[in-house]
Design a protein around this ligand. Structure first.
Ligand SMILES: Nc1ncnc2c1ncn2[C@@H]1O[C@H](COP(=O)(O)OP(=O)(O)OP(=O)(O)O)[C@@H](O)[C@H]1O
Length: 327
């Protein structure tokens, strides 16, 4: 049975344009111009139990709007969703106990109180029994290495420490489903890594299902085998993250370093020059030309070093955003 089933989900926002100035404010009182933004357009997908799925798209693609509908914060304009057997926007209490949503850009903890107080409040709201609460708090705070900080006022914590507390508060009732909206935004690399390791542990240890949005590709590469990509509200791709490269024909990258400058015109006949500054160049070419081009390049230029790599996944995803749809 599917854990999340989304069918033709659609969300339009009606909003009003308000021009600046007192005169325009008065004019708006009598004649407001309404505009419609279609944030999510007939999106459908299924997610199975225990899956960890990356939910990607450029700014304004409709990711947060979709997550808000799937957690019952927003009503859709049309379409259906079944999440763990519930219709999210009916907001049944039993449903609310089964999931958590963590937003990297929003603080859900009490700012002036220690994180332990907000965590305890969630224990009471979710009616977590004392034994499970003690075990979960000890386990989660140890995993995230923040035991010493639980009793520090939230406003005195660093961004990374606060995000770890947000995660503990969100997971104290052991939800089966976790929506994560940019959980590593603004964190330094060690904190990003720690949060990723922790999410992996939570997914594996408790079989939790995770739907993750992030603009850091490393988050998605480390955690999610499957990726759903949307742009301008429409679904563009649903599948294996690393198969995105195949959509554009298999290409490879050759990275070259020369002992003396090489003119770009001489390189151009071997492939598309991605970057080049005389002493270094990056060429992109179809995989079937790899052998022939490698040999020719090695014979023709004063090579100091060279490597062959896959096209970076970010590059393919940007190409996907620029295309209207993929057949
Ligand atoms: N309440 C609202 N009223 C009008 N338009 C809205 C509202 N909320 C969101 N939008 C618009 O809907 C579109 C999708 O927004 P959404 O926040 O879902 O994007 P996103 O994919 O999460 O983007 P980001 O990566 O920047 O967070 C945007 O163009 C946004 O301006």
């Amino acid at each position: 049975m599917d854990f999340i089933r989304v069918q033709e989900l659609h969300k339009s926002f009606v909003y009003y344009r308000k021009e600046a100035g007192l005169k325009n404010s008065l004019k708006n009182l009598f004649a407001r111009k309404s505009l419609v933004k279609e944030a999510v357009k007939s999106v459908s997908f299924d997610i199975g139990p225990g899956e960890c799925v990356g939910f990607l798209g450029p700014n304004g693609a409709g990711k947060t709007t979709t997550l808000k509908m799937l957690s019952g914060i927003l009503y859709p304009t049309s379409g259906e969703a079944d999440v763990l057997g519930y219709v999210p926007w009916e907001r049944k209490n039993e449903f609310k106990r089964l999931f958590s949503i963590v937003m990297g850009q929003k603080n859900q903890l009490w700012w002036d109180l220690p994180a332990s107080e907000s965590i305890y409040l969630n224990k009471c709201i979710y009616d977590v029994d004392d034994d499970l609460y003690r075990r979960s708090l000890a386990e989660l705070s140890e995993m995230l290495d923040v035991q010493e900080l639980l009793d520090v006022q939230v406003r005195r914590l660093s961004l990374g420490e606060r995000m770890k507390m947000e995660l503990i508060a969100a997971l104290i009732h052991r939800p089966r489903l976790l929506y994560l909206d940019e959980p590593t935004i603004g964190l330094d690399f060690p904190s990003q890594k720690k949060v990723r390791e922790f999410l992996k542990y939570y997914n594996e240890q408790f079989g939790a299902t995770i739907l993750l949005t992030s603009h850091y590709m490393k988050d998605v590469e480390d955690l999610c085998k499957r990726t759903i990509i949307i742009n301008e509200g429409s679904l563009l791709y649903d599948g294996d993250l690393h198969k995105i490269n195949d959509l554009f024909g298999e290409h490879k990258i050759i990275r070259l370093q020369f002992s003396e400058p090489v003119a770009e015109q001489r390189l151009a006949k071997f492939g598309k020059i991605v970057t080049g500054d005389g002493y270094n160049a990056v060429l992109e070419l179809p995989k079937h030309r790899l052998k022939e081009v490698s040999r020719a390049v090695l014979d023709s230029f004063p090579i100091v070093d060279w490597t062959i790599e896959d096209v970076p996944i970010e590059e393919s995803i940007s190409m996907l955003y620029r295309k209207e749809s993929v057949g």
